[in-house]
Write a protein that binds this ligand. Structure first.
Ligand code: PLP
Length: 427
Protein backbone atom coordinates (compact mmCIF):
# COMPACT_ATOMS: atom_id res chain seq x y z
CA UNK A 1 0.00 0.00 0.00
CA UNK A 2 1.35 3.47 -0.83
CA UNK A 3 0.85 6.55 1.38
CA UNK A 4 -0.72 8.62 -1.36
CA UNK A 5 -4.30 9.85 -1.14
CA UNK A 6 -7.09 7.94 -2.86
CA UNK A 7 -7.41 10.48 -5.71
CA UNK A 8 -3.72 10.02 -6.54
CA UNK A 9 -3.80 6.25 -6.22
CA UNK A 10 -6.72 6.18 -8.66
CA UNK A 11 -4.37 7.55 -11.33
CA UNK A 12 -1.08 5.89 -10.46
CA UNK A 13 -1.28 2.72 -8.35
CA UNK A 14 -0.20 -0.51 -9.97
CA UNK A 15 1.33 0.92 -13.13
CA UNK A 16 4.08 3.22 -14.31
CA UNK A 17 4.61 3.43 -18.10
CA UNK A 18 4.90 0.18 -20.05
CA UNK A 19 8.58 -0.93 -19.79
CA UNK A 20 8.82 -2.02 -23.42
CA UNK A 21 6.94 0.79 -25.20
CA UNK A 22 6.73 3.65 -22.70
CA UNK A 23 2.94 3.68 -23.09
CA UNK A 24 1.43 5.85 -20.37
CA UNK A 25 -2.07 4.46 -20.85
CA UNK A 26 -2.39 0.91 -19.51
CA UNK A 27 -2.22 -1.41 -22.56
CA UNK A 28 -5.05 -3.85 -23.25
CA UNK A 29 -3.40 -7.27 -23.16
CA UNK A 30 -5.94 -8.98 -25.36
CA UNK A 31 -4.29 -12.39 -25.17
CA UNK A 32 -5.42 -15.77 -23.92
CA UNK A 33 -2.02 -17.18 -22.98
CA UNK A 34 1.60 -16.35 -22.22
CA UNK A 35 4.85 -17.84 -23.56
CA UNK A 36 6.79 -19.67 -20.82
CA UNK A 37 10.57 -19.12 -20.71
CA UNK A 38 11.22 -22.87 -20.46
CA UNK A 39 9.71 -25.96 -18.83
CA UNK A 40 11.17 -25.12 -15.39
CA UNK A 41 9.59 -21.67 -15.53
CA UNK A 42 6.23 -23.18 -16.50
CA UNK A 43 6.46 -25.68 -13.63
CA UNK A 44 7.29 -22.92 -11.12
CA UNK A 45 4.24 -20.92 -12.22
CA UNK A 46 1.92 -23.90 -11.96
CA UNK A 47 3.16 -24.88 -8.50
CA UNK A 48 2.90 -21.20 -7.35
CA UNK A 49 6.55 -21.01 -6.24
CA UNK A 50 6.69 -18.07 -8.68
CA UNK A 51 3.73 -15.83 -9.50
CA UNK A 52 3.27 -15.03 -13.17
CA UNK A 53 0.97 -15.18 -16.14
CA UNK A 54 -0.34 -18.55 -17.29
CA UNK A 55 -3.77 -18.11 -18.91
CA UNK A 56 -6.20 -15.15 -19.02
CA UNK A 57 -9.02 -17.04 -17.33
CA UNK A 58 -6.86 -16.85 -14.16
CA UNK A 59 -4.81 -13.66 -14.62
CA UNK A 60 -4.09 -10.92 -17.16
CA UNK A 61 -1.71 -7.91 -17.05
CA UNK A 62 -4.47 -5.33 -17.75
CA UNK A 63 -6.70 -6.86 -15.07
CA UNK A 64 -3.67 -6.96 -12.79
CA UNK A 65 -3.34 -3.15 -12.91
CA UNK A 66 -7.04 -2.74 -12.07
CA UNK A 67 -6.68 -5.22 -9.20
CA UNK A 68 -3.58 -3.53 -7.79
CA UNK A 69 -5.08 -0.06 -8.19
CA UNK A 70 -8.37 -0.86 -6.46
CA UNK A 71 -6.65 -2.87 -3.71
CA UNK A 72 -4.41 0.13 -3.01
CA UNK A 73 -7.26 2.66 -3.09
CA UNK A 74 -9.22 0.48 -0.67
CA UNK A 75 -6.31 0.01 1.75
CA UNK A 76 -6.08 -3.73 1.00
CA UNK A 77 -3.30 -6.06 -0.11
CA UNK A 78 -4.67 -7.84 -3.18
CA UNK A 79 -7.76 -8.15 -5.36
CA UNK A 80 -9.45 -10.41 -7.88
CA UNK A 81 -11.30 -8.96 -10.87
CA UNK A 82 -14.22 -11.05 -12.13
CA UNK A 83 -16.90 -10.90 -14.82
CA UNK A 84 -19.67 -9.24 -12.78
CA UNK A 85 -20.67 -8.03 -9.35
CA UNK A 86 -22.75 -11.19 -9.02
CA UNK A 87 -19.67 -13.35 -9.64
CA UNK A 88 -17.82 -11.34 -6.99
CA UNK A 89 -20.61 -11.94 -4.42
CA UNK A 90 -20.75 -15.64 -5.31
CA UNK A 91 -16.99 -16.22 -5.06
CA UNK A 92 -16.61 -14.10 -1.92
CA UNK A 93 -18.77 -16.60 -0.01
CA UNK A 94 -18.03 -19.80 -1.93
CA UNK A 95 -14.32 -19.29 -1.26
CA UNK A 96 -14.83 -20.12 2.44
CA UNK A 97 -18.22 -21.87 2.70
CA UNK A 98 -19.10 -25.45 1.77
CA UNK A 99 -22.29 -27.52 1.83
CA UNK A 100 -23.55 -27.62 5.42
CA UNK A 101 -22.12 -24.18 6.24
CA UNK A 102 -23.98 -20.91 6.70
CA UNK A 103 -23.33 -17.19 6.59
CA UNK A 104 -25.25 -14.31 8.13
CA UNK A 105 -26.44 -11.66 5.71
CA UNK A 106 -28.07 -8.27 6.07
CA UNK A 107 -31.63 -8.31 4.73
CA UNK A 108 -30.95 -4.87 3.17
CA UNK A 109 -29.27 -6.06 -0.02
CA UNK A 110 -29.66 -5.87 -3.79
CA UNK A 111 -32.44 -8.16 -5.09
CA UNK A 112 -30.03 -10.08 -7.34
CA UNK A 113 -27.72 -10.83 -4.42
CA UNK A 114 -30.75 -11.88 -2.36
CA UNK A 115 -31.78 -14.41 -5.02
CA UNK A 116 -28.27 -15.76 -5.36
CA UNK A 117 -27.95 -16.20 -1.62
CA UNK A 118 -31.45 -17.42 -0.85
CA UNK A 119 -31.95 -19.83 -3.76
CA UNK A 120 -28.73 -20.70 -5.59
CA UNK A 121 -26.71 -21.09 -2.40
CA UNK A 122 -29.52 -23.15 -0.90
CA UNK A 123 -29.25 -25.53 -3.86
CA UNK A 124 -25.52 -25.80 -3.08
CA UNK A 125 -26.27 -26.62 0.57
CA UNK A 126 -25.06 -23.25 1.88
CA UNK A 127 -27.55 -21.41 4.07
CA UNK A 128 -27.88 -17.62 4.02
CA UNK A 129 -29.32 -16.39 7.34
CA UNK A 130 -30.94 -13.03 6.69
CA UNK A 131 -31.12 -10.63 9.61
CA UNK A 132 -32.31 -7.06 10.14
CA UNK A 133 -29.14 -4.93 10.07
CA UNK A 134 -30.61 -2.17 12.24
CA UNK A 135 -29.62 -4.16 15.30
CA UNK A 136 -26.03 -5.42 14.97
CA UNK A 137 -26.70 -7.99 17.71
CA UNK A 138 -28.86 -9.90 15.20
CA UNK A 139 -25.61 -11.04 13.60
CA UNK A 140 -24.42 -12.52 16.91
CA UNK A 141 -27.75 -14.26 17.49
CA UNK A 142 -27.58 -15.98 14.08
CA UNK A 143 -23.96 -17.14 14.48
CA UNK A 144 -23.04 -20.76 15.21
CA UNK A 145 -20.04 -23.05 14.71
CA UNK A 146 -20.77 -23.40 10.99
CA UNK A 147 -20.97 -19.66 10.29
CA UNK A 148 -18.27 -18.73 7.78
CA UNK A 149 -18.92 -15.04 7.10
CA UNK A 150 -21.05 -11.96 7.67
CA UNK A 151 -22.18 -10.14 4.52
CA UNK A 152 -23.74 -6.70 4.01
CA UNK A 153 -23.98 -3.63 1.77
CA UNK A 154 -22.56 -0.31 2.94
CA UNK A 155 -25.26 1.91 1.45
CA UNK A 156 -28.11 -0.42 0.51
CA UNK A 157 -31.01 0.58 -1.62
CA UNK A 158 -33.86 1.00 -1.20
CA UNK A 159 -33.54 1.49 2.58
CA UNK A 160 -30.54 3.86 2.27
CA UNK A 161 -29.69 3.04 5.88
CA UNK A 162 -25.93 2.82 6.19
CA UNK A 163 -24.77 -0.51 7.60
CA UNK A 164 -23.17 -0.60 11.09
CA UNK A 165 -19.81 -1.79 9.73
CA UNK A 166 -17.69 -1.34 12.86
CA UNK A 167 -20.29 -2.78 15.22
CA UNK A 168 -20.79 -5.97 13.17
CA UNK A 169 -17.08 -6.36 12.35
CA UNK A 170 -16.36 -6.30 16.12
CA UNK A 171 -18.95 -9.01 16.80
CA UNK A 172 -17.37 -11.07 14.01
CA UNK A 173 -13.93 -10.74 15.54
CA UNK A 174 -15.22 -12.25 18.80
CA UNK A 175 -16.21 -15.40 16.87
CA UNK A 176 -13.52 -15.36 14.19
CA UNK A 177 -16.06 -14.53 11.48
CA UNK A 178 -14.92 -12.14 8.68
CA UNK A 179 -17.18 -9.31 7.53
CA UNK A 180 -17.56 -9.05 3.74
CA UNK A 181 -18.84 -5.64 2.62
CA UNK A 182 -20.43 -4.89 -0.75
CA UNK A 183 -19.23 -1.28 -1.11
CA UNK A 184 -20.61 -0.82 -4.64
CA UNK A 185 -22.67 2.28 -3.78
CA UNK A 186 -20.02 4.07 -1.74
CA UNK A 187 -16.58 3.85 -3.38
CA UNK A 188 -14.07 6.45 -2.14
CA UNK A 189 -16.53 7.92 0.40
CA UNK A 190 -16.48 4.78 2.58
CA UNK A 191 -13.43 2.65 3.38
CA UNK A 192 -14.84 -0.50 5.04
CA UNK A 193 -11.35 -1.78 5.99
CA UNK A 194 -10.88 1.30 8.22
CA UNK A 195 -13.86 0.05 10.23
CA UNK A 196 -12.85 -3.60 10.56
CA UNK A 197 -14.27 -5.30 7.45
CA UNK A 198 -12.08 -8.18 6.23
CA UNK A 199 -13.11 -8.26 2.56
CA UNK A 200 -14.84 -5.79 0.26
CA UNK A 201 -16.46 -6.46 -3.07
CA UNK A 202 -17.78 -4.18 -5.79
CA UNK A 203 -19.92 -4.36 -8.82
CA UNK A 204 -17.47 -2.29 -10.92
CA UNK A 205 -20.40 -1.93 -13.32
CA UNK A 206 -21.62 1.01 -11.20
CA UNK A 207 -19.65 4.02 -9.88
CA UNK A 208 -16.16 2.58 -10.39
CA UNK A 209 -16.77 2.16 -14.13
CA UNK A 210 -19.08 5.13 -14.01
CA UNK A 211 -20.06 5.25 -17.67
CA UNK A 212 -22.60 2.47 -17.96
CA UNK A 213 -20.68 0.50 -20.59
CA UNK A 214 -19.31 -2.68 -18.95
CA UNK A 215 -20.28 -5.37 -16.47
CA UNK A 216 -17.63 -6.38 -13.93
CA UNK A 217 -16.83 -7.09 -10.31
CA UNK A 218 -13.93 -7.22 -7.93
CA UNK A 219 -13.13 -8.77 -4.55
CA UNK A 220 -10.54 -7.02 -2.37
CA UNK A 221 -8.67 -8.64 0.51
CA UNK A 222 -7.72 -6.38 3.43
CA UNK A 223 -4.93 -8.80 4.43
CA UNK A 224 -5.88 -8.09 8.04
CA UNK A 225 -8.14 -11.02 8.89
CA UNK A 226 -6.16 -13.69 10.74
CA UNK A 227 -7.30 -16.86 8.94
CA UNK A 228 -4.66 -18.89 10.73
CA UNK A 229 -5.79 -17.86 14.22
CA UNK A 230 -9.39 -18.74 13.30
CA UNK A 231 -8.57 -21.74 11.10
CA UNK A 232 -10.99 -24.04 12.93
CA UNK A 233 -13.75 -22.17 11.10
CA UNK A 234 -12.13 -22.41 7.68
CA UNK A 235 -11.45 -25.99 6.60
CA UNK A 236 -11.18 -24.83 2.98
CA UNK A 237 -8.13 -22.72 3.87
CA UNK A 238 -6.69 -25.13 6.46
CA UNK A 239 -7.09 -28.57 4.87
CA UNK A 240 -5.07 -29.88 1.89
CA UNK A 241 -6.89 -28.89 -1.31
CA UNK A 242 -7.26 -31.94 -3.53
CA UNK A 243 -7.90 -29.57 -6.44
CA UNK A 244 -4.39 -28.09 -6.14
CA UNK A 245 -1.80 -30.81 -5.35
CA UNK A 246 -2.93 -30.83 -1.70
CA UNK A 247 -2.07 -27.15 -1.16
CA UNK A 248 -2.95 -25.75 2.27
CA UNK A 249 -3.86 -22.16 1.43
CA UNK A 250 -2.90 -20.64 4.77
CA UNK A 251 0.59 -22.14 4.32
CA UNK A 252 0.91 -21.71 0.55
CA UNK A 253 0.27 -17.97 0.80
CA UNK A 254 2.85 -17.33 3.53
CA UNK A 255 5.82 -16.52 1.25
CA UNK A 256 3.55 -14.26 -0.83
CA UNK A 257 1.97 -12.14 1.93
CA UNK A 258 -1.35 -12.17 3.81
CA UNK A 259 -3.27 -13.20 0.70
CA UNK A 260 -4.49 -16.75 1.49
CA UNK A 261 -8.14 -15.81 0.81
CA UNK A 262 -7.65 -14.03 -2.50
CA UNK A 263 -5.00 -16.48 -3.73
CA UNK A 264 -7.35 -19.41 -3.22
CA UNK A 265 -10.20 -17.55 -4.94
CA UNK A 266 -8.02 -16.95 -8.01
CA UNK A 267 -6.33 -20.32 -8.44
CA UNK A 268 -9.31 -22.50 -7.55
CA UNK A 269 -12.66 -20.69 -8.01
CA UNK A 270 -11.71 -18.47 -10.94
CA UNK A 271 -9.70 -21.30 -12.52
CA UNK A 272 -12.56 -23.80 -12.11
CA UNK A 273 -15.70 -21.71 -12.59
CA UNK A 274 -14.12 -19.19 -14.97
CA UNK A 275 -16.09 -15.94 -14.52
CA UNK A 276 -13.08 -13.93 -15.70
CA UNK A 277 -13.20 -10.20 -16.48
CA UNK A 278 -12.41 -9.37 -20.09
CA UNK A 279 -9.17 -7.33 -20.40
CA UNK A 280 -11.04 -4.81 -22.54
CA UNK A 281 -13.53 -4.28 -19.72
CA UNK A 282 -10.65 -3.96 -17.24
CA UNK A 283 -9.27 -1.17 -19.47
CA UNK A 284 -12.64 0.61 -19.46
CA UNK A 285 -12.88 0.26 -15.68
CA UNK A 286 -9.41 1.79 -15.37
CA UNK A 287 -10.68 4.84 -17.30
CA UNK A 288 -13.59 5.11 -14.89
CA UNK A 289 -11.49 4.65 -11.78
CA UNK A 290 -9.25 7.59 -12.78
CA UNK A 291 -12.11 10.03 -12.14
CA UNK A 292 -14.24 8.19 -9.58
CA UNK A 293 -13.23 10.46 -6.68
CA UNK A 294 -14.19 13.59 -8.59
CA UNK A 295 -17.44 12.06 -9.78
CA UNK A 296 -18.41 10.89 -6.31
CA UNK A 297 -18.03 14.46 -5.04
CA UNK A 298 -20.46 15.69 -7.68
CA UNK A 299 -22.88 12.76 -7.23
CA UNK A 300 -23.06 13.51 -3.50
CA UNK A 301 -23.40 17.27 -3.93
CA UNK A 302 -26.16 16.91 -6.54
CA UNK A 303 -28.01 14.30 -4.45
CA UNK A 304 -28.04 16.65 -1.45
CA UNK A 305 -29.60 19.38 -3.59
CA UNK A 306 -32.19 16.98 -5.05
CA UNK A 307 -33.11 15.71 -1.56
CA UNK A 308 -33.66 19.30 -0.38
CA UNK A 309 -35.79 20.08 -3.45
CA UNK A 310 -37.95 16.93 -3.12
CA UNK A 311 -38.32 17.35 0.64
CA UNK A 312 -40.17 20.61 0.18
CA UNK A 313 -42.30 19.43 -2.76
CA UNK A 314 -46.05 19.15 -2.06
CA UNK A 315 -46.44 15.93 -4.10
CA UNK A 316 -43.73 14.13 -2.16
CA UNK A 317 -44.67 11.94 0.78
CA UNK A 318 -41.16 11.12 1.91
CA UNK A 319 -37.52 11.41 0.84
CA UNK A 320 -35.32 8.48 1.77
CA UNK A 321 -31.77 9.79 2.00
CA UNK A 322 -29.37 10.20 4.95
CA UNK A 323 -29.98 13.98 4.96
CA UNK A 324 -33.58 13.18 6.00
CA UNK A 325 -32.67 10.55 8.60
CA UNK A 326 -32.43 10.88 12.37
CA UNK A 327 -30.98 9.18 15.43
CA UNK A 328 -28.77 6.10 15.22
CA UNK A 329 -29.41 5.58 11.48
CA UNK A 330 -28.19 9.12 10.76
CA UNK A 331 -25.22 8.68 13.09
CA UNK A 332 -24.14 5.63 11.08
CA UNK A 333 -24.37 7.60 7.83
CA UNK A 334 -22.20 10.34 9.34
CA UNK A 335 -19.69 7.84 10.75
CA UNK A 336 -19.28 5.60 7.72
CA UNK A 337 -19.83 7.98 4.81
CA UNK A 338 -17.73 10.76 6.33
CA UNK A 339 -20.26 13.53 5.76
CA UNK A 340 -20.97 12.57 2.13
CA UNK A 341 -24.28 10.86 1.60
CA UNK A 342 -23.80 9.13 -1.71
CA UNK A 343 -25.62 9.65 -4.99
CA UNK A 344 -28.61 7.38 -4.45
CA UNK A 345 -31.95 8.13 -2.84
CA UNK A 346 -35.54 7.06 -2.70
CA UNK A 347 -38.64 9.15 -3.08
CA UNK A 348 -42.13 8.11 -2.14
CA UNK A 349 -44.77 10.08 -3.99
CA UNK A 350 -48.24 10.81 -2.69
CA UNK A 351 -50.57 8.49 -4.66
CA UNK A 352 -48.64 5.20 -4.33
CA UNK A 353 -47.76 2.90 -7.22
CA UNK A 354 -49.66 4.82 -9.93
CA UNK A 355 -48.03 8.14 -8.95
CA UNK A 356 -44.58 6.52 -8.87
CA UNK A 357 -44.98 4.94 -12.29
CA UNK A 358 -46.51 8.10 -13.85
CA UNK A 359 -43.57 10.15 -12.53
CA UNK A 360 -41.03 7.79 -14.10
CA UNK A 361 -42.87 7.77 -17.41
CA UNK A 362 -42.74 11.59 -17.56
CA UNK A 363 -38.98 11.92 -16.94
CA UNK A 364 -37.18 13.20 -20.04
CA UNK A 365 -33.49 13.47 -19.13
CA UNK A 366 -33.32 10.77 -16.45
CA UNK A 367 -32.93 7.32 -18.00
CA UNK A 368 -35.41 4.67 -16.88
CA UNK A 369 -33.04 1.73 -16.37
CA UNK A 370 -32.12 -1.12 -14.02
CA UNK A 371 -28.81 0.39 -13.03
CA UNK A 372 -27.17 2.72 -10.54
CA UNK A 373 -23.94 4.68 -10.41
CA UNK A 374 -23.83 5.93 -14.00
CA UNK A 375 -22.60 9.48 -14.66
CA UNK A 376 -26.09 10.08 -16.06
CA UNK A 377 -29.16 10.39 -13.81
CA UNK A 378 -31.28 7.24 -13.61
CA UNK A 379 -34.65 6.23 -12.15
CA UNK A 380 -36.60 3.02 -11.56
CA UNK A 381 -39.64 1.60 -9.74
CA UNK A 382 -38.13 -1.26 -7.64
CA UNK A 383 -41.35 -3.07 -6.59
CA UNK A 384 -42.15 -3.97 -10.21
CA UNK A 385 -38.56 -4.45 -11.45
CA UNK A 386 -35.35 -5.04 -9.45
CA UNK A 387 -37.20 -6.39 -6.41
CA UNK A 388 -40.06 -8.11 -8.25
CA UNK A 389 -38.86 -11.60 -7.20
CA UNK A 390 -39.40 -10.78 -3.52
CA UNK A 391 -42.68 -11.68 -1.80
CA UNK A 392 -44.63 -9.02 0.14
CA UNK A 393 -43.00 -9.79 3.45
CA UNK A 394 -39.53 -9.76 1.90
CA UNK A 395 -40.34 -6.47 0.11
CA UNK A 396 -41.30 -4.79 3.35
CA UNK A 397 -38.22 -6.19 5.08
CA UNK A 398 -36.10 -4.69 2.30
CA UNK A 399 -37.93 -1.36 2.70
CA UNK A 400 -39.72 -1.30 -0.68
CA UNK A 401 -43.17 0.28 -0.63
CA UNK A 402 -45.50 0.39 -3.69
CA UNK A 403 -44.95 4.09 -4.48
CA UNK A 404 -41.22 4.04 -4.01
CA UNK A 405 -38.99 5.39 -6.82
CA UNK A 406 -35.23 4.94 -6.73
CA UNK A 407 -33.09 7.75 -8.09
CA UNK A 408 -29.42 7.54 -8.99
CA UNK A 409 -28.39 11.16 -9.24
CA UNK A 410 -25.85 11.83 -11.99
CA UNK A 411 -23.21 14.49 -12.53
CA UNK A 412 -25.21 16.71 -14.90
CA UNK A 413 -25.68 20.36 -13.91
CA UNK A 414 -27.98 20.46 -10.89
CA UNK A 415 -30.33 22.97 -12.58
CA UNK A 416 -31.04 20.49 -15.37
CA UNK A 417 -31.59 17.61 -12.95
CA UNK A 418 -34.09 19.59 -10.92
CA UNK A 419 -35.81 20.93 -14.05
CA UNK A 420 -36.46 17.35 -15.24
CA UNK A 421 -37.78 16.25 -11.84
CA UNK A 422 -39.93 19.36 -11.65
CA UNK A 423 -41.62 18.81 -15.02
CA UNK A 424 -42.16 15.12 -14.24
CA UNK A 425 -43.84 16.04 -10.95
CA UNK A 426 -46.21 18.17 -12.98
CA UNK A 427 -45.12 21.71 -12.11
N1 PLP B 1 -24.17 -5.28 -5.64
C1 PLP B 1 -24.96 -4.21 -5.77
C2 PLP B 1 -25.11 -3.27 -4.61
C3 PLP B 1 -25.65 -3.97 -6.96
O1 PLP B 1 -26.46 -2.90 -7.08
C4 PLP B 1 -25.49 -4.89 -8.04
C5 PLP B 1 -26.21 -4.70 -9.32
O2 PLP B 1 -27.10 -3.89 -9.43
C6 PLP B 1 -24.66 -6.00 -7.85
C7 PLP B 1 -24.00 -6.17 -6.66
C8 PLP B 1 -24.46 -6.99 -8.96
O3 PLP B 1 -23.56 -6.43 -9.90
P1 PLP B 1 -23.54 -6.82 -11.46
O4 PLP B 1 -24.76 -6.28 -12.09
O5 PLP B 1 -22.25 -6.16 -11.93
O6 PLP B 1 -23.45 -8.31 -11.53
Amino acid sequence: MTNQKTETKALHSGYRADPSTGSVAVPIYQTTSYQFQDTDHAARLFELSELGNIYTRIMNPTNDVLEKRLADMEGGVAALAVASGQAASLYSIQNIARAGDNFVCSSHIYGGTFNLFKNTFKDMGIEARFVDPRDPENFRKATDDNTRAYYAETYPNPSFEVFPIGEVASIGLEYGVPLIMDNTAAPVICKPFDHGAAITMYSTTKYLGGHGNSIGGIIIDSGKFDWEAHQKRFPSLREPDSGYHGAVWIEAAKPLGPIAYILKARVTLLRDAGAAMSPFNAFLFLQGVETVALRMERHCENAMAVAAYLNSHPKVEKVIHPSAQEGEIKRRADTYLGGNYGGLMGVELKGGKEAGQAFINKLKMFYHVANIGDSKSLAIHPATTTHAQLNNEELLKAGVTPGFVRLSIGIEHIDDIIADLDQALGN
